[in-house]
Design a protein around this ligand. Structure first.
Ligand code: PLP
Length: 363
């Protein structure tokens, strides 16, 4: 439908019509056809990160935060200690979750515009032998900053600790090879770079870590070990699955493969970002981050310093022209964000730029 808005957000985001069409049927959750669909989904999720030899895919009903909570509750046992590497709101959320789950937790922090530094992580692990697990946010969606995954994973593995990766806003677009990068658990969701609809969080968990995690979680529904055992037993979800979301995610995963996998998707998002960034600069908007640390996922722009523009009227004027942008999440300074992900290409960003120009001219 032409009057549907374009979602320039970090998810839910603009999906392909075929992905939405995949939801136009009902599935019996215990029927062999749906069991096969679930199996295909789990197998395709592993394949995206080359994890089939070492990891298992465990989906959970809910948003991304549900899988982060389930993973911390299941994989960090009582008495163990989590070190969260934080340079934004999603790192801080992991700290809060671990605390709430009654786990011992410490945070190593960086300013929001600075990436995590692996050397500081190595020093922190040397200084605190009680830390058993380290958590990193791959792309911190708060700003769009890219954290150094391979280098951090290497440092954590070298120190003999387990590594949890919040890959929520990178999975499916930024390359991840579980055969080469040591990650205990990768956490992501259906509605970001995979371009599915919201409703599923999932973890790719190293089999040896999951096997030893029975009974760790204080929660019945957010228990990755029990959820995994359920799938192993009969291929079925333990509790009512979001059947249409599964169908849409399988279609979205088939589309990812047809597009050429994460490398091709990243290239499209990069073209989106480049178009956006060049055009916004021309219109006088400065990118918040240094380009060297910017991921092609979501861009944070500063509001003009002269106070000539406020977020709410700017949002509403763009919404009236069919584009939904996103508020900023910086702890300091007025900003807004524009997502570069979803089933959209650079031509959409050309149209957006014309809309921004028109809104400024009407100002
Ligand atoms: C989106 C996101 C999450 C999860 O958010 P939900 O709103 O629960 O889906 C977690 N971490 C990061 C980095 C994210 O971008």
């Amino acid at each position: 439908m032409s009057d549907e808005p374009i979602l320039l957000t970090p998810g839910p985001l603009t999906t392909h019509p075929d992905t939405r069409r995949a939801m136009l049927r009902d599935w019996g959750s215990r029927d062999p056809a749906f069991i096969a669909l679930t199996a295909e989904m789990r197998q395709r999720l592993l394949a995206v990160a080359n994890g089939a030899a070492s990891h298992v895919a465990v989906p959970v009903q809910g948003s991304g935060t549900f899988i982060v909570e389930a993973a911390i509750a299941t994989l960090v046992a009582p008495g163990q200690k989590l070190l969260v590497l934080a340079n934004g709101a999603y790192g801080e959320r992991m700290v809060a979750i671990a605390r709430r789950m009654g786990r011992e937790v410490a945070a190593l922090r960086w300013p929001e515009d600075r990436p995590v530094e692996p050397a500081r992580v190595a020093a922190a692990l040397r200084a605190d032998p009680a830390v058993t697990h380290v958590a990193l946010v791959h792309c911190e969606t708060t700003t769009g900053i890219l954290n150094p995954l391979a280098e951090t994973a290497a440092v954590v593995a070298e120190a003999g600790r387990r590594f949890l990766l919040d890959a929520m806003s990178s999975f499916g677009a930024l390359a991840l090879d579980l055969g080469a990068v040591p990650v205990t658990a990768v956490l992501a969701s259906s509605n970001k770079c995979l371009e599915g609809v919201p409703g599923i969080g999932f973890a790719l968990v190293a089999k040896d870590a999951l096997e030893g995690a029975e009974g760790n979680s204080p929660s019945t529904s957010l228990d990755l070990h029990a959820q995994w055992r359920g799938f192993e037993k009969d291929g079925q979800w333990r509790f009512t699955p979001p059947v249409q979301v599964v169908a849409a995610l399988v279609e979205a995963l088939r589309r990812l493969e047809a597009e050429g996998g994460p490398a091709a998707r990243r290239a499209r998002y990069q073209a989106n970002f480049d178009t956006l960034q060049a055009g916004m600069r021309r219109l006088g908007f400065a990118l918040y981050l240094d380009e060297a640390v910017q991921a092609p996922i979501i861009a944070t722009f500063r509001m003009p310093a002269d106070g000539s523009l406020a977020f709410r009227p700017f949002y509403e004027a763009l919404a009236a022209r069919g584009f939904l942008i996103y508020p900023g999440k910086l702890t300091q300074g007025e900003s807004f964000r524009i997502g570069c992900i979803g089933a959209i290409g650079p031509e959409v960003f050309e149209r957006l730029l014309r809309a921004v120009e028109a809104v400024l001219a009407a100002g």
